[in-house]
Design a protein around this ligand. Structure first.
Ligand SMILES: Cc1cn([C@H]2C[C@H](O)[C@@H](COP(=O)(O)OP(=O)(O)O[C@H]3O[C@H](C)C(=O)[C@H](O)[C@H]3O)O2)c(=O)[nH]c1=O
Length: 182
């Protein structure tokens, strides 16, 4: 597995070794031993999620507050997305910084987003299927949303048109407003 550091040290880009032959391809999409070695600590996942989205859908930015913050290992199994993680750990030197990566079924890239990050993605292909492992269970009472186009975060989304967002995401507060209530 190839491990690439990002500009936020704890967020890592992982690329599995792909075995290709005349039948197609094979790769280990998750290996606990290899993953723990890549991130430098044992990580337990308890929930897998799978979503399908149309072109120009933007899901996020979402995170869960303590006691149920979620680490996520995310990947795309159909199409392509621009994936974003925002450091919201108040004690972090990169708090308020974001990192983005293009994840696709073709590049097989995965992004490790530790607990303490807001997460979202924008769909670049006609359709995208997004699959991810979470380190804690869904806890809607702990869920917080931040506006995708927050001026303080200034995320450089490759948007072409106004994205397709959920009603919930359309009502999301600004980053600093969301943080005020924590
Ligand atoms: C996240 C989640 C949702 N749900 C239910 C709640 C809603 O009835 C329905 C759709 O939920 P939502 O619109 O919040 O789905 P997304 O907009 O894809 O939310 C995700 O968006 C960004 C990309 C994330 O990183 C989070 O994992 C997650 O917040 O699924 C569940 O039953 N379990 C879950 O773990």
């Amino acid at each position: 597995m190839k491990i690439t550091e990002t500009r936020i040290p704890d967020v890592k880009l992982l690329e599995p070794h792909v075995f290709e032959d005349e039948r197609g391809f094979f790769y280990e999409s998750f290996n606990q031993k290899a993953f723990d070695a890549a991130v430098g600590q044992p990580v337990t996942f308890v929930q897998d999620n799978h979503s399908r989205s149309a072109k120009n859908t933007l899901r996020g930015l979402h995170y869960q507050l303590p006691p149920h913050p979620q680490g996520k290992l995310v990947r795309v199994t159909l199409g392509e997305v621009f994936d974003v993680a925002v450091d919201i750990r108040k004690s972090s030197p990169t708090c308020g910084r974001w990192v983005g990566a293009t994840l696709s079924a073709d590049n097989r890239r995965q992004l490790w987003i530790p607990p303490g990050f807001a997460h979202g993605f924008l769909v670049a292909s006609d359709v995208a299927e997004f699959q991810y492992k979470c380190t804690d269970f869904y806890a809607p009472d702990c869920e917080v949303s931040i506006r995708w186009d927050d001026a303080t975060l200034a995320i450089n989304w490759p948007v072409m048109d106004e994205p397709l967002i959920s009603v919930k995401d359309g009502k999301a507060p600004a980053y600093l407003v969301a943080r005020k209530f924590e």
